[in-house]
Design a protein around this ligand. Structure first.
Ligand code: ZN
Length: 374
Protein backbone atom coordinates (compact mmCIF):
# COMPACT_ATOMS: atom_id res chain seq x y z
CA UNK A 1 0.00 0.00 0.00
CA UNK A 2 2.71 2.35 1.06
CA UNK A 3 4.60 1.40 -2.08
CA UNK A 4 1.61 2.21 -4.29
CA UNK A 5 1.14 5.55 -2.54
CA UNK A 6 4.79 6.37 -3.15
CA UNK A 7 4.45 5.43 -6.81
CA UNK A 8 1.34 7.61 -7.15
CA UNK A 9 3.14 10.59 -5.57
CA UNK A 10 6.07 10.02 -7.90
CA UNK A 11 3.76 9.90 -10.90
CA UNK A 12 1.96 13.04 -9.73
CA UNK A 13 5.25 14.86 -9.27
CA UNK A 14 6.43 13.86 -12.75
CA UNK A 15 3.14 15.08 -14.24
CA UNK A 16 3.46 18.36 -12.33
CA UNK A 17 7.04 18.78 -13.52
CA UNK A 18 5.98 18.25 -17.15
CA UNK A 19 3.16 20.79 -16.73
CA UNK A 20 5.52 23.38 -15.25
CA UNK A 21 8.14 22.72 -17.97
CA UNK A 22 5.60 23.09 -20.78
CA UNK A 23 4.25 26.25 -19.20
CA UNK A 24 7.70 27.76 -18.84
CA UNK A 25 8.82 26.94 -22.32
CA UNK A 26 5.60 28.43 -23.69
CA UNK A 27 6.40 31.60 -21.79
CA UNK A 28 9.92 31.63 -23.21
CA UNK A 29 8.58 30.98 -26.70
CA UNK A 30 6.02 33.76 -26.32
CA UNK A 31 8.73 36.16 -25.20
CA UNK A 32 10.95 35.19 -28.10
CA UNK A 33 8.25 35.52 -30.70
CA UNK A 34 7.36 38.94 -29.26
CA UNK A 35 11.01 39.93 -29.53
CA UNK A 36 11.04 38.75 -33.14
CA UNK A 37 7.97 40.82 -34.01
CA UNK A 38 9.53 43.82 -32.32
CA UNK A 39 12.77 43.47 -34.20
CA UNK A 40 10.90 43.07 -37.50
CA UNK A 41 8.95 46.23 -36.71
CA UNK A 42 12.04 48.24 -35.80
CA UNK A 43 13.99 47.06 -38.83
CA UNK A 44 11.11 48.02 -41.10
CA UNK A 45 11.06 51.53 -39.58
CA UNK A 46 14.82 51.64 -40.00
CA UNK A 47 14.40 50.69 -43.64
CA UNK A 48 12.00 53.56 -44.14
CA UNK A 49 14.47 56.15 -42.95
CA UNK A 50 17.51 54.55 -44.51
CA UNK A 51 19.03 56.81 -47.18
CA UNK A 52 21.11 55.94 -50.21
CA UNK A 53 24.16 57.27 -48.40
CA UNK A 54 23.50 54.97 -45.42
CA UNK A 55 23.41 51.83 -47.51
CA UNK A 56 26.59 52.95 -49.25
CA UNK A 57 28.17 53.40 -45.86
CA UNK A 58 27.36 49.82 -44.91
CA UNK A 59 29.28 48.68 -47.95
CA UNK A 60 32.17 51.00 -47.09
CA UNK A 61 32.57 49.41 -43.67
CA UNK A 62 34.09 46.38 -45.30
CA UNK A 63 36.35 48.29 -47.63
CA UNK A 64 39.17 49.48 -45.39
CA UNK A 65 40.62 49.33 -41.91
CA UNK A 66 40.24 53.06 -41.40
CA UNK A 67 36.42 53.15 -41.26
CA UNK A 68 35.24 55.23 -38.26
CA UNK A 69 31.96 54.45 -36.45
CA UNK A 70 29.37 57.24 -36.36
CA UNK A 71 29.59 57.92 -32.61
CA UNK A 72 33.35 58.57 -32.76
CA UNK A 73 33.17 61.01 -35.64
CA UNK A 74 32.11 64.27 -33.95
CA UNK A 75 35.10 64.23 -31.60
CA UNK A 76 37.56 63.55 -34.41
CA UNK A 77 36.17 66.38 -36.53
CA UNK A 78 36.37 68.84 -33.62
CA UNK A 79 40.05 68.01 -33.10
CA UNK A 80 40.67 68.25 -36.83
CA UNK A 81 39.00 71.67 -37.08
CA UNK A 82 41.22 72.95 -34.26
CA UNK A 83 44.27 71.90 -36.29
CA UNK A 84 42.89 73.62 -39.37
CA UNK A 85 42.21 76.81 -37.43
CA UNK A 86 45.85 76.90 -36.25
CA UNK A 87 47.10 76.59 -39.82
CA UNK A 88 44.75 79.35 -40.95
CA UNK A 89 46.19 81.64 -38.28
CA UNK A 90 49.76 80.69 -39.24
CA UNK A 91 49.13 81.49 -42.92
CA UNK A 92 47.20 84.71 -42.17
CA UNK A 93 43.96 83.40 -43.68
CA UNK A 94 41.54 84.55 -40.98
CA UNK A 95 38.86 82.21 -39.64
CA UNK A 96 38.23 78.90 -41.43
CA UNK A 97 34.67 78.52 -40.02
CA UNK A 98 35.48 74.79 -40.03
CA UNK A 99 33.42 74.18 -36.89
CA UNK A 100 30.30 75.68 -38.50
CA UNK A 101 29.94 72.92 -41.11
CA UNK A 102 28.20 69.58 -40.58
CA UNK A 103 31.02 67.59 -42.17
CA UNK A 104 30.64 64.10 -43.57
CA UNK A 105 33.35 61.53 -43.08
CA UNK A 106 33.59 57.77 -42.77
CA UNK A 107 37.30 57.03 -43.07
CA UNK A 108 40.61 58.49 -42.01
CA UNK A 109 44.01 59.24 -43.55
CA UNK A 110 47.06 57.02 -42.96
CA UNK A 111 47.81 58.94 -39.74
CA UNK A 112 44.19 59.01 -38.57
CA UNK A 113 42.86 62.43 -39.60
CA UNK A 114 39.27 62.46 -40.90
CA UNK A 115 38.82 62.65 -44.68
CA UNK A 116 36.01 65.21 -44.73
CA UNK A 117 33.55 66.46 -47.32
CA UNK A 118 30.60 68.82 -47.24
CA UNK A 119 27.43 68.79 -49.36
CA UNK A 120 25.23 71.69 -50.49
CA UNK A 121 21.93 71.44 -52.34
CA UNK A 122 19.71 68.54 -53.32
CA UNK A 123 20.92 65.12 -52.19
CA UNK A 124 17.95 63.14 -53.54
CA UNK A 125 18.06 61.10 -56.74
CA UNK A 126 16.00 63.82 -58.45
CA UNK A 127 18.95 66.19 -58.69
CA UNK A 128 20.05 67.20 -62.17
CA UNK A 129 23.68 68.20 -61.75
CA UNK A 130 26.31 67.09 -59.25
CA UNK A 131 29.67 68.85 -59.01
CA UNK A 132 32.56 67.40 -57.01
CA UNK A 133 35.33 69.80 -55.95
CA UNK A 134 38.61 68.41 -54.58
CA UNK A 135 41.40 70.41 -52.92
CA UNK A 136 44.58 69.54 -51.05
CA UNK A 137 45.30 66.34 -52.99
CA UNK A 138 48.93 67.44 -52.76
CA UNK A 139 49.54 68.84 -49.27
CA UNK A 140 52.39 71.17 -50.23
CA UNK A 141 50.02 73.04 -52.57
CA UNK A 142 48.48 75.09 -49.80
CA UNK A 143 46.58 77.82 -51.70
CA UNK A 144 44.08 75.28 -53.10
CA UNK A 145 43.07 74.35 -49.53
CA UNK A 146 42.19 77.94 -48.68
CA UNK A 147 40.48 78.13 -52.08
CA UNK A 148 38.14 75.26 -51.14
CA UNK A 149 37.29 76.97 -47.84
CA UNK A 150 36.44 80.10 -49.87
CA UNK A 151 34.12 77.98 -52.04
CA UNK A 152 32.55 76.53 -48.87
CA UNK A 153 31.93 80.02 -47.52
CA UNK A 154 30.47 81.12 -50.84
CA UNK A 155 28.17 78.08 -51.10
CA UNK A 156 27.07 78.60 -47.52
CA UNK A 157 25.84 82.12 -48.39
CA UNK A 158 24.22 80.88 -51.61
CA UNK A 159 22.37 78.19 -49.63
CA UNK A 160 21.28 80.76 -47.05
CA UNK A 161 20.12 83.13 -49.80
CA UNK A 162 22.46 85.92 -48.66
CA UNK A 163 24.96 85.86 -51.54
CA UNK A 164 24.64 88.86 -53.86
CA UNK A 165 23.52 88.09 -57.44
CA UNK A 166 22.75 84.46 -56.60
CA UNK A 167 19.44 82.77 -55.97
CA UNK A 168 18.83 80.29 -53.17
CA UNK A 169 16.81 78.37 -55.77
CA UNK A 170 20.02 77.75 -57.72
CA UNK A 171 20.64 74.72 -55.52
CA UNK A 172 17.12 73.27 -55.90
CA UNK A 173 18.16 70.60 -58.37
CA UNK A 174 21.92 70.68 -57.93
CA UNK A 175 24.33 69.03 -55.54
CA UNK A 176 27.77 70.44 -54.73
CA UNK A 177 30.34 68.28 -52.91
CA UNK A 178 33.48 69.86 -51.49
CA UNK A 179 36.43 67.90 -50.06
CA UNK A 180 38.85 70.65 -48.97
CA UNK A 181 41.78 68.56 -47.66
CA UNK A 182 42.04 65.23 -49.47
CA UNK A 183 45.54 64.57 -48.15
CA UNK A 184 45.71 66.01 -44.60
CA UNK A 185 48.82 64.10 -43.48
CA UNK A 186 51.01 65.88 -46.02
CA UNK A 187 49.41 69.31 -45.36
CA UNK A 188 49.90 69.11 -41.58
CA UNK A 189 53.57 68.15 -41.72
CA UNK A 190 55.95 70.80 -40.40
CA UNK A 191 57.17 71.12 -43.98
CA UNK A 192 54.20 70.05 -46.15
CA UNK A 193 54.93 67.49 -48.88
CA UNK A 194 53.28 66.38 -52.09
CA UNK A 195 53.01 62.71 -51.13
CA UNK A 196 51.00 61.17 -48.29
CA UNK A 197 52.34 59.64 -45.04
CA UNK A 198 53.37 56.48 -46.93
CA UNK A 199 55.33 58.52 -49.47
CA UNK A 200 52.76 57.92 -52.23
CA UNK A 201 51.38 60.47 -54.69
CA UNK A 202 47.62 59.98 -54.25
CA UNK A 203 47.04 61.47 -57.71
CA UNK A 204 49.02 58.58 -59.25
CA UNK A 205 47.44 55.79 -57.18
CA UNK A 206 43.99 55.52 -58.87
CA UNK A 207 43.08 52.06 -60.23
CA UNK A 208 43.32 53.01 -63.92
CA UNK A 209 43.48 50.27 -66.55
CA UNK A 210 47.12 51.09 -67.33
CA UNK A 211 48.26 51.16 -63.68
CA UNK A 212 49.74 47.66 -63.51
CA UNK A 213 51.56 47.81 -66.83
CA UNK A 214 52.62 51.48 -66.87
CA UNK A 215 52.71 53.23 -63.46
CA UNK A 216 55.92 51.72 -62.12
CA UNK A 217 57.59 51.61 -65.53
CA UNK A 218 56.99 55.30 -66.15
CA UNK A 219 58.10 56.21 -62.63
CA UNK A 220 61.38 54.33 -62.99
CA UNK A 221 61.95 55.52 -66.57
CA UNK A 222 60.62 58.95 -67.41
CA UNK A 223 60.48 60.18 -63.80
CA UNK A 224 63.81 58.65 -62.75
CA UNK A 225 62.31 57.40 -59.48
CA UNK A 226 61.24 60.92 -58.46
CA UNK A 227 59.99 60.44 -54.89
CA UNK A 228 57.38 63.14 -55.36
CA UNK A 229 55.61 61.08 -58.00
CA UNK A 230 55.75 57.59 -56.51
CA UNK A 231 52.53 55.77 -57.49
CA UNK A 232 52.83 52.90 -54.98
CA UNK A 233 53.20 49.23 -55.84
CA UNK A 234 49.46 48.57 -55.85
CA UNK A 235 46.67 50.82 -57.15
CA UNK A 236 44.28 52.28 -54.55
CA UNK A 237 46.54 51.15 -51.71
CA UNK A 238 46.04 54.50 -49.92
CA UNK A 239 42.99 55.59 -47.88
CA UNK A 240 43.18 59.02 -49.55
CA UNK A 241 42.77 57.40 -53.00
CA UNK A 242 39.97 55.14 -51.77
CA UNK A 243 38.28 58.26 -50.37
CA UNK A 244 38.20 59.95 -53.79
CA UNK A 245 37.10 56.78 -55.60
CA UNK A 246 34.28 56.27 -53.11
CA UNK A 247 33.06 59.85 -53.49
CA UNK A 248 32.73 59.12 -57.22
CA UNK A 249 30.89 55.86 -56.55
CA UNK A 250 28.63 57.30 -53.88
CA UNK A 251 27.52 60.43 -55.79
CA UNK A 252 28.22 59.73 -59.47
CA UNK A 253 29.14 63.38 -60.22
CA UNK A 254 28.47 65.05 -63.59
CA UNK A 255 31.71 66.98 -63.38
CA UNK A 256 34.79 67.30 -61.20
CA UNK A 257 36.94 70.32 -60.39
CA UNK A 258 40.31 69.45 -58.87
CA UNK A 259 42.31 72.42 -57.60
CA UNK A 260 46.13 72.32 -57.61
CA UNK A 261 49.09 74.73 -57.82
CA UNK A 262 51.37 76.21 -59.26
CA UNK A 263 51.20 75.35 -62.99
CA UNK A 264 49.01 78.40 -63.83
CA UNK A 265 46.60 76.71 -66.21
CA UNK A 266 43.24 75.13 -66.68
CA UNK A 267 43.35 71.56 -67.96
CA UNK A 268 40.48 69.36 -69.11
CA UNK A 269 40.15 65.58 -69.29
CA UNK A 270 36.96 63.90 -70.37
CA UNK A 271 34.57 63.32 -73.24
CA UNK A 272 35.23 65.14 -76.50
CA UNK A 273 38.29 67.03 -75.49
CA UNK A 274 38.76 68.66 -78.88
CA UNK A 275 37.78 66.19 -81.62
CA UNK A 276 35.25 63.58 -80.46
CA UNK A 277 31.56 64.53 -80.71
CA UNK A 278 28.74 64.32 -78.19
CA UNK A 279 26.59 66.86 -76.40
CA UNK A 280 28.32 66.32 -73.04
CA UNK A 281 31.67 66.79 -74.73
CA UNK A 282 30.77 70.07 -76.41
CA UNK A 283 28.97 71.28 -73.28
CA UNK A 284 32.06 70.43 -71.23
CA UNK A 285 34.28 72.28 -73.69
CA UNK A 286 31.98 75.28 -73.65
CA UNK A 287 32.37 75.40 -69.86
CA UNK A 288 36.15 75.19 -70.20
CA UNK A 289 36.18 78.31 -72.43
CA UNK A 290 33.74 80.10 -70.17
CA UNK A 291 35.80 79.43 -67.04
CA UNK A 292 38.90 80.74 -68.74
CA UNK A 293 37.10 83.88 -69.99
CA UNK A 294 35.66 84.63 -66.56
CA UNK A 295 39.14 84.43 -65.05
CA UNK A 296 40.63 87.11 -67.32
CA UNK A 297 41.57 84.65 -70.07
CA UNK A 298 43.32 82.13 -67.81
CA UNK A 299 45.51 79.85 -69.89
CA UNK A 300 43.95 76.58 -71.10
CA UNK A 301 46.49 73.84 -71.64
CA UNK A 302 45.96 70.26 -72.69
CA UNK A 303 48.14 68.59 -70.09
CA UNK A 304 48.55 64.80 -70.49
CA UNK A 305 47.03 62.41 -67.98
CA UNK A 306 49.05 59.69 -66.25
CA UNK A 307 48.68 56.10 -65.10
CA UNK A 308 46.83 56.31 -61.78
CA UNK A 309 45.79 59.98 -62.10
CA UNK A 310 42.30 61.37 -61.49
CA UNK A 311 42.12 62.82 -65.02
CA UNK A 312 42.75 59.34 -66.39
CA UNK A 313 40.45 57.47 -63.98
CA UNK A 314 37.47 59.87 -64.03
CA UNK A 315 37.87 61.90 -67.23
CA UNK A 316 39.39 59.42 -69.64
CA UNK A 317 38.00 56.08 -68.42
CA UNK A 318 34.64 57.16 -66.95
CA UNK A 319 33.81 60.11 -69.24
CA UNK A 320 33.21 62.47 -66.33
CA UNK A 321 34.28 65.98 -67.40
CA UNK A 322 37.27 66.66 -65.12
CA UNK A 323 38.73 70.17 -64.79
CA UNK A 324 42.10 70.66 -63.16
CA UNK A 325 42.57 74.23 -62.04
CA UNK A 326 46.24 74.92 -61.36
CA UNK A 327 46.52 78.14 -59.34
CA UNK A 328 49.59 80.33 -60.07
CA UNK A 329 51.44 79.60 -56.80
CA UNK A 330 51.39 78.08 -53.31
CA UNK A 331 52.09 81.48 -51.77
CA UNK A 332 49.71 81.78 -48.81
CA UNK A 333 49.65 85.59 -49.15
CA UNK A 334 48.09 85.34 -52.63
CA UNK A 335 44.98 83.42 -51.54
CA UNK A 336 42.59 86.38 -51.57
CA UNK A 337 43.73 87.38 -55.03
CA UNK A 338 43.15 83.85 -56.38
CA UNK A 339 39.64 83.65 -54.99
CA UNK A 340 38.77 87.05 -56.49
CA UNK A 341 40.10 85.90 -59.86
CA UNK A 342 38.20 82.59 -59.97
CA UNK A 343 35.06 83.15 -57.91
CA UNK A 344 32.77 83.77 -60.92
CA UNK A 345 34.31 80.92 -62.93
CA UNK A 346 33.76 78.48 -60.07
CA UNK A 347 30.20 79.62 -59.52
CA UNK A 348 29.25 79.30 -63.17
CA UNK A 349 30.95 75.89 -63.30
CA UNK A 350 28.70 74.75 -60.45
CA UNK A 351 25.64 76.16 -62.23
CA UNK A 352 26.58 74.73 -65.64
CA UNK A 353 24.53 71.70 -66.69
CA UNK A 354 26.16 69.05 -68.82
CA UNK A 355 22.86 68.47 -70.70
CA UNK A 356 22.80 64.72 -70.39
CA UNK A 357 19.06 64.71 -71.24
CA UNK A 358 19.86 66.26 -74.60
CA UNK A 359 22.33 63.47 -75.26
CA UNK A 360 19.67 60.83 -74.47
CA UNK A 361 17.12 62.61 -76.67
CA UNK A 362 19.57 62.67 -79.54
CA UNK A 363 20.38 58.98 -79.13
CA UNK A 364 16.68 58.15 -79.18
CA UNK A 365 16.18 60.15 -82.34
CA UNK A 366 19.03 58.48 -84.18
CA UNK A 367 17.35 55.15 -85.13
CA UNK A 368 14.24 56.81 -86.61
CA UNK A 369 16.45 59.13 -88.66
CA UNK A 370 18.44 56.23 -90.02
CA UNK A 371 15.26 54.25 -90.78
CA UNK A 372 14.08 57.16 -92.94
CA UNK A 373 17.27 56.98 -94.90
CA UNK A 374 16.93 53.26 -95.38
ZN1 ZN B 1 49.08 69.02 -57.45
Amino acid sequence: MAKIKKKRTALGLTFLTILVWVGCSKLVLDKESKKKTQSVQSSSTENKVKTVADSFEEKEKNMGATYVEKNERREKVTEFCKKIEKRFTKYGWGKSKCMNYPWNFVRTSVKGDPLIWMTFGNETEKRKETTLILCGVHGDEITPIKFCFDILDHMNSVAAGTEKNHEKDDLKDRLVLIAPIVNPDSFFKKWPTRTNANGIDVNRNFPTRDFNSQAMKLWKGRYKKDKRRYPGKVAMSEPETLFQVNLLKRYNPDKIISVHAPLTMLDYDGPADRHAGGVVGSSANQLLMQMSEQAKGYKIKNYPFFPGSLGNYAGNERNIPTYTLELPSSDNRKSKKYWRLFKDAIHSAIMHKMDKEMEVARDERAPSDSSKQN
